[in-house]
Design a protein around this ligand. Structure first.
Ligand code: ADP
Ligand code: MG
Length: 698
C-alpha cells in the first residue's frame, strides 16, 4: 500500500535537500505524511472580485481588480513606506509596502492591470491594503480558484523561498499522488455512525476544499478524530489503571480526624470544604484507588482539606505525604500543619533538598518504621532513596506541571499505589481539565472562607507614580505590607533584573523610613529564604520581587500587590499574583501598572482583572485569548498529543461529545480486545509512540 510516512519530503518535486532541511527544522516535517498534516491556518475566497466602493476596514482578505495610478514614498526611518494609489471604476485605495520598496517599485508598472489581494486596514481614517499580493489577471479563471489555503511560515522558511504559495504547490503535488484511499484511522462503525467524511477526503478537502461545505465537513472529521483520541487515550489509560490496581480501603474515621475536628480546628469549615472532604472520604473508602483533582482558588482553604484527608489515612494506619513545588512552600506547609496539629501525637517531618546528614537519615529511618506519619516536602519525597512503611495518600500541591506521566511514576513506588490528590489553585477551564486531567475525578472548592473582602483591582499608567506612592504609604501607616512585582522573562533576564534593581533603588529612596527586601530567582536559595523571611515576620514592610512569590506564599498582613509592567504578564499569572493579597480581613488592593501603548489583548487582560476575582472566569478568558497551547504548563503537563486543528477554547461541545463516545467504547471493551476496535487500539499505540511520556506508560 502507498505509505506516505515512508516518503521523504526531500524527493517531492520542487523540494530538494536544502528546502527539506528547513522543513525538518522549522516544522518537523520529514515525510509526505507530515506535510499532509500541516494544515492551512486560513482560507481565502478568491472566486469573487470586490469593487473598491464596497470595501470597509472590517473585511477579511479580499480581491480587487484595477490599475496603479501613481507611486509615492512617504516617511522616514521605520515609518518609511511605499504607497500606490490603486483604482477601479468605483474608486481609489492605497496599497502600502513597508519592506521591499525598491523591488516593488521596479516590478509593478503604472497603468497596467493587476489582481490585488489583501486584508483591508484602516489608518488615519483611510482604508488601505498593506503588503498585498499582486498578480497579472490575464489567464486567471476565477471560478477555478475557489477557496485558497494559506499556510503559516517562519522567517527562516521565507528566506528559503518557502512561502505559503510554495507550500500550496507542494501540497497539490502530494494530494495528486493519493490515488487510492489512505488507511483509515477510525473504524467504519464510528465513521458511519457519526456521519464523518473518510480520512482521504478529509485530508484532500482540508487543503483544497471543493466548497465551503466540504471544508466544514473535513474540519469536523479531523477535529473529531483529534479530540476523540485525546479522550480515548486518557480514558483507556484510566480504565487500565483501575483494572490493574486496587486502592487501599480507608474504612475508619478515628481519633486523629476526630480529635483534630473537635479540638484543634480553629474555625468552621466552609460548606465547600465539607463537601469536598466528603467526596474524598467516599473515594478512599470505595476500594478504588483515588485519583482526584481538587481545584480551588487561591485562599479557598485547600490546605485544610489536605490535612484532614491525611488524618483519615493516619486513622487507618497509613502514612501520608504532601509535595509542594518549592522549598518555601514546603516550609510553609510544614509550619502551618505542625501548628494545626499541636498537642496531637503526630510526627510530621519536612524533607527538602536542604535537609542533609543526620536529620535526613533520621527522617528516612522514621519513614521506614512508620514513626513519621506525615511527610512534607518538595520533589525530594519521591526520590528513590525515600521509602515508606505504608504510604497511603499522596497530596500534590499547586502543581500544574504534574501530568499523567509523573503521576504514573509515583504509583510505581508502591506495589499498590497510594491514593492521590492533586491540588491546584490555577483554575483550569473544563475542556482543558478533561484533556490534561481527564483521568481524574474533580472536586471544586467554590467558596471562600467567610469575612474575606474581595480584592479591589486598579489599572494605572506608569507616569502617575506620586499617587501610587501615596497609596502605598497610607497602607503601610495602617500597618499593612506591600508587594511590588516585576516580570522576569527568561529571554530578557538581564534587562528584567535591571528593571527590578532600579525599582528597588527607587523604592528605597522613596521610602527611607521603611525596610524594603528584595527577592528574585537568581539569588541563592538561602539568601532568598532569608529575604522572604524578613517579609513574612513583618520586619520588612515592602517586598520587591520577581514572580518567585507567585505560588502559595501566605502573608495575611500583606494587603497591596503592585504589579509593574503588568502588560507583560499572562492573565493566569496576574491572577495568581493577585491571590497573594486578600488573605487577611482587611480591604486589599491589586494595582496593575502599565505603559500607555497597549495591544488589544493586553487591554482585555487588564479589563478582565479589574472586572472579576473569579478564577474560573479568568481561566476561560485566558484560554480564549491565548489558546490552550500557550497556557502555562500545558506543554509539560502531559497533554497527550498536540492538537493541530481542534481548539479547546472553541470546541468544548465536541470534546464532551467525543469523550462520551470514548467512554462507551472503553466500558464495552475494557481489555481492548474487540476486533471492531482494532483500528482504535492500533492508532492509539501509534500516537502514544510520538510522545515520550506516554510511551513510558503504555
Ligand atoms: P489555598 O491553599 O487554597 O490557597 P489556604 O489553605 O492557604 O488556601 O488557606 C488560606 C487561609 O484561609 C489560611 O490562612 C487558612 O487558615 C484560612 N482558612 C482556611 N479555611 C478556612 C475556614 N473554613 N474558615 C476561615 N479561614 C479558613
Ligand atoms: Mg495553598
Amino acid at each position: 500500500m502507498f505509505d506516505l510516512t515512508t516518503r521523504d519530503i526531500k524527493y517531492l518535486t520542487g523540494v530538494g535537500p536544502q528546502k527539506a532541511a528547513v522543513l525538518n527544522k522549522e516544522l518537523k516535517i520529514f515525510s509526505l505524511y507530515d506535510l499532509l498534516y500541516y494544515f492551512p491556518y486560513k482560507y481565502v475566497d478568491r472566486s469573487r472580485i470586490y469593487s473598491i466602493n464596497e470595501i470597509d476596514g472590517s473585511m477579511p482578505y479580499i480581491q480587487l481588480k484595477g490599475k496603479i495610478l501613481d507611486f509615492e514614498t512617504i516617511g522616514e526611518g521605520r515609518t518609511r513606506r511605499l504607497v500606490a494609489s490603486f483604482g477601479d471604476d468605483t474608486g481609489v485605495i492605497d496599497l502600502v509596502w513597508f519592506q521591499g520598496i525598491k523591488f516593488i517599485r521596479g516590478k509593478y508598472k503604472i497603468g497596467e492591470e493587476y489582481l490585488v489581494f489583501g486584508k483591508p486596514n484602516v489608518f488615519n481614517g483611510r482604508i488601505n491594503l498593506p503588503h498585498p499580493d499582486m498578480e497579472d489577471p490575464a489567464g486567471m479563471v476565477l471560478s477555478n480558484m475557489g477557496l485558497r489555503p494559506y499556510y503559516g511560515t517562519t522567517d527562516k522558511m521565507k528566506s528559503n523561498f518557502l512561502n505559503s504559495n510554495v507550500i500550496e504547490k507542494m501540497m497539490a503535488t502530494v494530494v495528486q499522488q493519493i490515488q487510492e484511499p489512505l488507511p483509515e484511522t477510525l473504524p467504519p462503525y464510528i465513521i458511519t455512525g457519526h456521519h464523518l467524511m473518510s480520512l482521504t477526503d478529509a485530508l484532500k478537502n482540508i487543503h483544497f476544499p471543493a466548497n465551503p461545505d466540504m471544508l466544514r465537513k473535513a474540519e469536523y472529521r479531523i477535529k473529531f478524530e483529534e479530540l476523540f483520541y485525546t479522550q480515548l487515550n486518557i480514558l483507556r489509560y484510566s480504565k487500565d489503571h483501575q483494572l490493574r490496581y486496587r486502592g487501599y480501603v480507608f474504612e475508619n474515621v478515628g481519633d486523629f480526624f476526630n480529635t483534630f475536628y473537635h479540638r484543634n480546628l480553629p474555625f468552621e469549615l466552609t460548606g465547600a470544604q465539607k463537601r469536598v472532604i466528603k467526596e474524598i472520604r467516599q473515594d478512599v473508602g470505595s476500594g478504588r484507588q483515588m485519583n482526584r483533582l481538587l481545584q480551588g482558588d487561591v485562599g479557598s482553604g485547600k490546605t485544610l482539606v489536605a490535612l484532614m484527608s491525611m488524618l483519615i489515612a493516619l486513622d487507618n494506619g497509613y502514612q501520608a505525604c504532601i509535595m509542594a513545588p518549592t522549598e518555601i512552600l514546603a516550609n510553609q506547609h510544614y509550619e502551618t500543619i505542625s501548628k494545626l496539629l499541636s498537642g496531637m501525637n503526630v510526627r510530621v517531618e519536612l524533607l527538602t533538598g536542604s535537609v542533609k546528614g543526620a536529620k535526613r537519615k533520621s527522617i528516612h529511618a522514621g519513614l521506614m518504621t512508620g514513626d513519621v506519619k506525615i511527610l512534607i516536602g518538595t520533589h525530594a519525597v519521591i526520590e528513590d532513596t525515600v521509602n515508606f512503611s505504608s504510604l497511603g495518600l499522596v497530596i500534590i500541591d499547586e502543581q500544574h506541571r504534574f501530568g499523567v506521566a509523573q503521576r504514573a511514576r509515583l504509583w510505581s513506588k508502591n506495589v499498590q499505589p497510594p491514593h492521590v490528590l492533586v491540588m491546584t489553585a490555577t483554575p483550569i477551564p473544563r475542556t482543558l481539565a478533561m484533556t490534561l486531567y481527564g483521568d481524574l475525578d474533580v472536586s471544586v472548592i467554590d467558596e471562600l472562607p467567610p469575612g474575606r473582602k474581595p480584592i479591589t483591582t486598579i489599572h494605572q499608567f506608569d507616569n502617575r507614580r506620586e499617587g501610587l506612592y501615596r497609596s502605598i504609604r497610607k497602607q503601610i501607616e495602617e500597618g499593612r505590607q506591600i508587594y511590588i512585582v516585576y516580570p522576569l522573562i527568561k529571554e530578557s533576564e538581564k534587562i528584567d533584573l535591571k528593571d527590578l534593581e532600579e525599582g528597588f533603588v527607587q523604592i528605597c529612596k522613596e521610602f527611607p523610613e521603611y525596610t524594603v527586601c528584595k527577592v528574585h530567582g537568581k539569588m541563592k536559595a538561602a539568601e532568598k529564604d532569608g529575604q522572604m523571611q524578613r517579609f513574612v515576620c513583618g520586619e520588612a514592610q515592602i517586598m520587591v520581587a520577581t514572580t518567585v512569590i507567585e505560588v502559595g506564599v501566605n502573608v495575611p498582613n500583606a494587603s497591596v500587590m503592585v504589579i509593574e509592567n503588568a502588560e507583560r504578564f499572562g492573565l493566569s499569572q496576574l491572577h495568581q499574583l493577585r491571590g497573594r493579597v486578600g488573605r487577611g480581613a482587611d480591604q486589599s488592593y491589586c494595582i496593575l501598572v502599565t505603559g500607555y501603548k497597549l495591544t488589544e489583548d493586553v487591554r482585555k487582560r487588564l479589563e478582565t482583572m479589574v472586572r472579576t476575582n473569579d478564577g474560573f472566569e479568568i481561566a476561560e478568558v485566558d484560554l480564549k485569548l491565548r489558546g490552550p497551547g500557550e497556557l502555562e504548563g500545558t506543554q509539560q503537563s502531559g497533554m497527550a498529543f498536540s492538537l493541530k486543528i481542534a481548539n479547546l477554547a472553541k470546541d468544548g461541545q465536541l470534546l464532551q461529545y467525543v469523550r462520551d463516545i470514548a467512554q462507551q467504547i472503553v466500558n464495552r471493551d475494557p481489555e481492548a480486545t474487540l476486533p471492531e476496535n482494532e483500528i482504535l487500539w492500533k492508532q492509539l499505540k501509534n500516537l502514544r509512540k510520538t510522545d515520550i511520556g506516554w510511551a513510558a506508560i503504555s
